[in-house]
Unconditional design. Structure first.
Length: 179
């Protein structure tokens, strides 16, 4: 399955009236990133609070980084293949180097799942298709379509133990690091 999402972006015309700036299907190669066997599409990003709604530049046109900019946000959708396929895709790759390149902290000491990581963010994770396990240092919960996790700067991982893709929408908001 190819990850494609229709993205509409609104804005203002010269008279200040609301308009649609774009109506596009975001698909490879534009805005699609892959890592650890996952497919990622960046839908929007802000780089300040409050956000700036002027202009018409696409803020997702940049190299992939997991966390949002300082004082910013990022909205993305991620497809997680079953873990067996995901780990096969990362066979021989350096997960820690991948994490460093993408700007997050990998928890290499957590033997429960190779994908354990931590960002200095508050994340809203909404399962929009399939099911996936949210893993914490202590405990795990199966999440199904329509369910939400508010992830508050904790070490975590995503485990797809099913035989189908899991699709999750994420909104990441820059936050103060947890001591």
């Amino acid at each position: 399955m190819t990850l494609e999402i229709r993205r509409l972006v609104s804005g203002h015309n010269a008279e200040g009236k609301s308009i649609f700036l774009t109506d596009t299907v975001v698909s490879p190669p534009a805005n699609k990133r892959t890592s650890a066997g996952t497919s990622v599409i960046e839908l929007w990003q802000t780089d300040q609070m409050p956000a700036d709604n002027t202009g018409d530049k696409d803020p997702t046109d940049h190299p992939f980084r997991l966390p949002p900019p300082v004082n910013g946000t990022v909205f993305r959708v991620v497809e997680y293949p079953p873990d067996q396929a995901r780990f096969a895709a990362m066979s021989g790759k350096d997960w820690t180097a991948d994490a460093k390149e993408q700007g997050y902290h990998r928890d290499a000491g957590n033997a429960r799942h190779a994908g354990f990581h931590k960002t200095d963010t508050i994340d809203y994770a909404i399962v929009i298709e399939g099911e996936i396990y949210a893993l914490m240092d202590e405990g795990e919960k199966l999440m199904k379509t329509g369910e939400v996790l508010i992830q508050r700067g904790t070490a975590h991982a995503w485990a797809n133990r099913s035989d189908k893709l899991a699709r999750i929408a994420f909104i990441l908001i820059d936050a103060k690091p947890v001591p």
